[in-house]
Structure formats: structure tokens, C-alpha cells
Ligand binder design. Structure first.
Ligand code: TYD
Length: 203
């Protein structure tokens, strides 16, 4: 069972995944929690290149290819072995991040970005994806009040994040079976309960 979580900046994804992870372990499932970009040594190195605030001249296609390369390495090294071992895999971001950020917000095209990712993943898609939907101004104000140091993508202006959200909503319509849109403007416990119910029903 391969489950991914998507959302804009400050959507609460990371907290939600951690709590779901603990909850599933308590229920006796074997679970792997991981994240993109990163999650393996080489992928983390690629992540540092992508998110480095000094790399402002990075070309958008380079960015898309680096995310796909990082995804590939993490997939073969971490995700596929865990799935083969029968684990439930919870992954913070996957292919849909590239479709929304590079495909829509960077304007490279959903189809084009899907194609390079098809090559990178050999068509491995999640069984379930939760997109935690939140207005960017709410998400970004949460980040501002946290300790987190902004990365290269956090520095993009408000309009970029609005387009990311529009992208996600568009992609969710393209894959209605796989992607569940979750209202992120509610207490985390309520969101977790809703997601947990879907997971338990599907496992
Ligand atoms: P991260 O710190 O993991 O963000 P978050 O905590 O919001 O998940 O940084 C990942 C950044 O990279 C985030 O801004 C989204 C972006 N991203 C892409 O643009 N394309 C991708 O394919 C992925 C996986 C992430």
C-alpha cells in the first residue's frame, strides 16, 4: 500500500503524517514514513541543490529533472523494497508535487512533466493520495510564525503558491479515484480522523 500526501507550504502535512504513522503502528501495521525530495543519501544531496537559496538561476526544466532524478533514486532504494516487504508506505510528496509545482506553477505543462516522471518511476503510482487543500495565505502565514528557515521555493511570491493550489485541484480532477481532496482549514485531529478512516477502509 503506497500512500502519498500533497499540499502547499504550511498545509500541516508533516504533522498529520507523523500522527498517522504513530496511529498505524499502534494498530499493528508495518509502516515506513519517508519524504520527497530526499529520503535517501543521494536524493538528499539532490534536494540540497534544488532548495539551495543561492541557486536562483536554476532553469525550470533542470528543476523538474532534478526532482524526477531524486524521486527515482528514492523509489528504487527506499519505496519499492518497503512495498515488497509488505509495508504501508507513507510518503510526504511524490509525483503530484512535480505536476503542480513544475507542470502548472512553472508552466512546463502537466503532460510534459508527467512524461519525464513516467520514465523516472516506470509508472509506479500511489494507491492513494491525500491532497490537503488550504489557501496559500493561511499556509504561508503559518510558516512565517514558525522557526522554519525559508527555502528557494518558499521565497516565491504569493501568486506562485496560488497557481500551485489551482494545479493541485486540476490534477485531483484528472485522477479522482486516486486523489482525495481534504479540507486543510480544520483542526489537525479532525483531518487525521478523516484520512485514517479512508486508509483503514482501503488497506
Ligand atoms: P519541503 O521542505 O519538503 O516542503 P514541505 O515541507 O512544504 O513539504 O520542500 C520541498 C519543496 O519542493 C516544496 O516547496 C515543494 C517543492 N517540490 C516541487 O516543486 N516539486 C516536487 O516534485 C517536489 C517533490 C517538491
Amino acid at each position: 500500500m503506497f500512500i502519498t500526501f500533497e499540499g502547499g507550504e504550511g498545509s500541516g502535512k508533516t504533522t498529520i503524517i507523523e500522527n498517522l504513522y504513530q496511529n498505524l503502528l499502534k494498530k499493528g501495521y508495518q509502516v515506513l514514513k519517508t519524504r520527497e525530495p530526499g529520503g535517501s543519501r543521494i536524493s538528499e544531496e539532490i534536494r540540497n541543490i534544488i532548495l539551495n537559496v543561492n541557486n536562483l538561476e536554476m532553469d525550470y526544466r533542470t528543476e523538474a529533472l532534478l526532482y524526477a532524478a531524486s524521486r527515482r533514486q528514492h523509489l528504487v532504494e527506499v519505496i519499492v523494497p518497503a512495498l515488497k516487504a509488505g509495508k504501508v508506505v507513507l510518503c510526504d510528496r511524490y509525483l503530484d508535487s512535480s505536476l503542480a509545482y513544475q507542470g502548472v506553477a512553472r508552466g512546463l505543462g502537466i503532460k510534459e512533466v508527467y512524461q519525464i516522471n513516467q520514465y523516472a518511476t516506470e509508472g509506479i503510482l500511489p494507491n492513494l493520495t491525500f491532497y490537503i487543500d488550504l489557501k496559500p495565505e493561511i499556509g504561508l502565514s503559518r510558516i512565517k510564525h514558525s522557526e522554519r528557515i525559508p527555502d528557494r521555493l518558499d521565497l516565491e511570491k504569493g501568486n506562485f503558491h496560488d497557481t500551485v493550489r489551482e494545479g493541485y485541484l486540476q490534477i485531483a480532477k484528472m485522477f479522482p479515484e486516486r486523489i482525495k481532496v481534504i479540507d486543510g482549514n480544520r483542526p489537525v485531529e479532525v483531518i487525521e480522523q478523516e484520512i485514517m478512516a479512508v486508509i483503514v477502509e482501503t488497506i
